[in-house]
Design a protein around this ligand. Structure first.
Ligand code: SAH
Ligand code: SF4
Length: 338
């Protein structure tokens, strides 16, 4: 039996089976999620006999670190390996002037959405992660660094809303067991409308981020095949309903690709498109990841684009590139290289 991923209630039930007190469950829970140990032997406030008893039926984790890379800017990228040999990448980002430690987690092995600019998509889809495999990524970071993760973004490999139940259950555990507030968790989607609708019906305080990347149907189609199934205007309608139901502002993510979707004409069209949507905008300069013709935007073009969007009254930020020297920046996550 694997202890990581068990809720306090599940641990209490286990303790009852072992004829141990409820308090033991609390102690074990604390060792798993706060102190983030890797073995039962490290749970030093449990008696040696009880640890032996527990070890005969359980272990903390089966997840391994296959590769770890540390960037000059402090970003750490892990290639995490699950018992079946499948791997995903997870990234820990620190921002100099803040105490926040943000984990960028994967929700699937590979991704079926296959956006033209994304390294994950190029590798195709392998399988969904279970909720335990999702939370193991954050535990792996905590065990390895001895630090507590404070923020989670579902912006690693995979499309979270195509693995809805596991993502939601992981979110619940992040919230209840890791004590990471819902407001500190962001789910990013390429625009899976049924998933957006389901989220709208739940009373979550987490942030929904939409990977828009274009200002109209034709442009978006060139980047994201999913545009055929869920066209931009329908996505916007679903987002508006989401805002109406939840009252929450969404985040629009927009990759800037030189000469493609970073022109002033597009900026104006985008400003108009987003006019009636309650949102902040996060511009992501394209990271060169794979063999294609896309290029990074110039600094001037980024500033002009930002300026035109700000004119519409929205809050616009430009995402800092993190971990570029270790291929840990957005869209560079590929998982098991083969
Ligand atoms: N599948 C989800 C979440 C994972 S991708 C989604 O697409 O939203 C997280 C973010 O990284 C998305 O906004 C995605 O568009 C962006 N991204 C992917 N490839 C990129 C690249 N080459 N350069 C910059 N950002 C990229
Ligand atoms: Fe999948 Fe997101 Fe990459 Fe698109 S950008 S292929 S949805 S992981």
């Amino acid at each position: 039996m694997i202890l990581a991923g068990m809720t306090l209630e599940e641990l209490e039930n286990l303790m009852a089976e072992l004829k141990a007190t409820k308090f033991r469950a609390k102690q074990i829970h604390n060792w798993i999620y706060t102190k983030s140990v890797s073995t039962i032997d490290e749970m030093t406030n449990l008696s040696k006999d009880f640890r032996e008893q527990l070890k005969s039926i359980a272990q903390v984790t089966e997840t391994k670190i296959k590769v770890k890379q540390v960037s000059k800017d402090g970003t750490i990228k892990y290639l995490v390996e699950y018992p079946d040999g499948e791997c995903v990448e997870t990234v820990l980002m620190r921002f100099d002037n803040r105490a926040n430690l943000t984990a960028c987690v994967s929700s699937q092995v590979g991704c079926a959405v296959n956006c033209s600019f994304c390294a994950t998509g190029k590798g195709g889809f392998k399988r969904n992660l279970t909720y335990k495999e999702i939370i193991e990524q954050v535990l792996t970071i905590q065990r390895d660094t001895g630090l507590k993760v404070t923020n989670i973004v579902f912006m690693g490999q995979g499309e979270p809303l195509l693995n809805f139940d596991n993502v939601l259950k992981a979110l619940e555990i992040f919230n209840n067991d890791f004590q990471i507030g819902q407001r500190r968790i962001t789910i990013s989607t390429s625009g899976i409308i049924p998933g957006i609708k389901r989220l709208a019906d739940m009373d979550l305080q987490s942030t929904l981020a939409i990977s828009l990347h274009a200002s109209n149907h034709e442009l978006r189609k060139k980047l994201m095949p999913i545009e055929e199934k869920y066209p931009i205007d329908n996505v916007k309608q679903a987002l508006k309903e989401y805002v109406d139901k939840t009252g929450r502002r969404i985040t629009v993510e927009y990759i800037l690709i030189h000469g493609f979707n970073d022109t002033q004409t597009v900026a104006k069209e985008l400003a108009y498109f987003l006019k009636d949507l309650k949102c902040n905008i996060n511009l992501i300069p394209y990271n060169s990841v794979i063999e294609n013709d896309y290029k990074k935007p110039t600094g001037t073009d980024i500033m002009k684009f930002k300026y035109l969007l700000e004119h519409s009254g929205k809050k616009v930020t430009v995402r800092l590139e993190r971990g570029a020297d270790i291929d840990a920046a957005c869209g560079q996550l590929r998982g098991k290289r083969g």
